[in-house]
Design a protein around this ligand. Structure first.
Ligand code: KG4
Length: 344
């Protein structure tokens, strides 16, 4: 069966086509035939962050060209599609409504089923888009770390997810973006902060790590962000130069220490021997390297998706939608988008 997948939860309009074998052999996972992402980066960069109303308008302009490109690259037409899967939430409601309503309209016209996908499940399962030898088996412990979410889950199967802990304030990606804005580095901040961090000393400034209670798997990044703001403010007050590279490196190290520490703690609590990461911040090199090293030391296997499957993409939505469809879950035409995930 051919699946058309659509993702529009934030500031990327994405579409993908996947080829799946539904009945014959469930061990054969869907193959990605195309995976197209249109970024609104330039529109929002001038405002230093995402402007929700502009994001919705850009999705409206981009959705049809992006879907057409995904169909063309997969060498199929809309009439060949058997299932449509779209992100139903969480995210910006105006943005979500564009992709989700588009998907339901296509389902109605083509008389095919539509599944509404929780964006978080896409990130949790994105690792299964990799080659067989680079995929975990179930169960595994997963960290979803993006601009909107920082949560730990136990993933028991393709459709069973248990929340272990989540951020009590900012998401890690949000902290990267806010620190970048503070330093005048532009939007999105994560890639720029991590690039500058390569030239800085990660031990130069002792920024705080919020471990919370000893066994807690929750996160908090707002204190760290405030600490960076105070540090920059003091430099300015004293007319001292701002050591941007050292700030980036020390901030990144503080975020990575907590993410890695809590993920290992989660694996210890679940007893799982496999650890997976997903979401935009999972593209961060320091996080990937440190998690791999620490997992190896603890005798755990660590799985990191390739960067294109870390940041928002429709291939992961098609995969999660396929698994949902396989257990009979589809949406009615009056189903609504949701801004908060019931999983979180
Ligand atoms: O998953 P994603 O594409 O969108 C959602 O938030 O759902 O993640 C985007 C976030 C942004 O906050 C961006 O700054 C961050 O991921 N990010 C990074 C890196 N690449 C993207 N953060 C740190 N290091 C990176 N290399």
């Amino acid at each position: 069966m051919l699946i058309l997948a659509i993702e529009s939860s934030c500031d990327d309009t994405a579409a993908a086509v996947l080829d799946a074998v539904l009945e014959a052999d469930r061990r054969v996972l869907p193959r990605v035939l195309s995976n197209v992402v249109s970024s609104q980066f330039e529109v929002h960069a001038q405002f230093g962050g995402i402007v929700p109303e502009l994001a919705s308008r850009c999705h409206i302009e981009a959705i049809w060209p992006v879907v057409n490109q995904a169909l063309a690259e997969a060498d199929v037409s809309l009439e060949d599609i058997d299932l449509i899967a779209a992100t139903q939430g969480p995210g910006l409601v105006g943005s979500l409504l564009v992709g989700f309503t588009f998907a339901k309209a296509v389902a109605l016209v083509q008389q095919i089923p539509c599944t509404g996908v929780d964006h978080l499940t896409g990130h949790l399962l994105a690792i299964l888009l990799e080659k067989e030898e680079e995929r975990p088996t179930f169960p595994y412990t997963a960290l979803v770390v993006s601009g909107g979410n920082t949560s730990l889950f136990a993933v028991d199967s393709t459709t069973a997810f248990r929340l272990l802990g989540r951020t009590r304030d900012d998401a890690a990606g949000e902290a990267f973006d806010k620190v970048a804005k503070l330093l005048g580095l532009g939007y999105p901040g994560g890639p720029m902060v991590s690039k500058l961090a390569e030239q800085g000393n990660p031990n130069a400034i002792p920024f705080p790590r919020a471990w919370l209670d000893k066994e807690s798997l929750d996160f908090s990044f707002s204190g760290l962000k405030t600490s960076v703001a105070n540090y920059v403010h003091k430099c300015r007050q004293k007319n001292n130069p701002i050591p941007i590279e050292d700030i980036c490196a020390s901030f990144e190290q503080a975020v990575v220490d907590v993410l890695v520490g809590k993920t290992l703690c989660a694996a210890q609590q679940t007893g799982h021997t496999q650890v997976v990461i997903g979401g935009g911040v999972a593209a961060n090199n320091k996080l990937r390297q440190q998690l791999k090293t620490r997992c190896a030391e603890e005798g755990l296997r660590c799985f990191t998706p390739s960067p294109e499957y870390c940041t928002d993409n429709a291939a992961m939505i098609g995969l999660a939608g396929y698994f949902q469809f396989a257990i009979g879950s589809t949406v009615a035409l009056d189903a609504d988008a949701f801004s908060r995930s019931p999983l979180n």
